[in-house]
Ligand binder design. Sequence first.
Ligand code: M6R
Length: 366
Amino acid sequence: EKGGYDHFMLKEIYEQPRAIKDTYRGRLLADQGIIRMAGIDQNLEKFLNANRIIIVACGTSWHAGLVAEYIFEDLARIPVEVEYASEFRYRNPVITENDILIAISQSGETADTLAAIKMAKERGAFVFGVCNVVGSSIARETDAGAYTHAGPEIGVASTKAFTTQITVLTLIALKLAKEKGTIEESKYHEYLVELEGIPAKVERTLKTNPLIEEIAEVYKDSSNCLYLGRGYNFPVALEGALKLKEISYIHAEGYPAAEMKHGPIALIDEEMPVVVIATRKGHYEKVVSNVQEIKSRSGKIIAVVTEGDQQVTDLADHVVEVPETSETLTPLLTTIPLQLLSYHIALMRGCNVDQPRNLAKSVTVE
Ligand code: M6R
């Protein structure tokens, strides 16, 4: 059942090229320039007239929501708020009939997310679900939705659910951008082609695995780790940190790189590994200066860079290269090395990778 892999988590990491493809299959028709999604098509007016999209989720799904916020605002020019379901449901939020709530959940059973949906519905919002488990409670409770086709995710650490959630949300954003006319025709077509090519680039990124295993060997005994990224890769930094803490029990924190100087920089010394996402398209020069700041304080730098990178490569202690893609789609690639890093570190520390302590695959209690 693990298909020759030692753990479900590793199997699921490696399934990502297939999972992403399955998620866009039949929806992304790049040669025709069409995105077909029944749940959106049938409710197009609602989406086009929406004043605001509110995304609610927990954990990794919340991180996918943050990536979606950047994409929706950037491409479709719709204001987006992303909220932890647990906070949203208890804080008497302002919800109107012109709001669309998107709930993201792999399991479709997360109690707080389900409760947030119920509240939003009572207050008149249109509720759209992005779930992986077919027929799950959230899938049933929402007005419409789009499934991720990741296949069953068994490992408690969410991997392929995350990248397929981003895939679905990217498709939605592109479709709405096209309908609203907020994207240039040529740019739209470029995105479709680029998204179609992502599985092959994920495949290539997975080839960094032996290198990541070597890096894991160096840092497996660390007691802390920082993850930094900017823009589209800020949520990826959060996700990398969550992955490491939940399966290896190493304290890790993700930050927008520029926030370092507002506090976290005080933590940096020669004992502190800092994972920096420094891909070429996306505030590259700014990230380079963040890397310099870490280096001058003797922090250890593990950088995720674009193939052929020079500047960060010269400064970093370790570099992992990912293929070039549009900035919007980089999270689908930069996430992969971080998943692998947490997997190897957890394994080397003797942790139960698939079933970390104190955690359940679906959190059906508040
Ligand atoms: O099933 P859901 O997507 O609603 O689950 C949300 C979180 O519980 C989940 O993403 C959790 O954070 C994972 N263990 C992270 O790897």
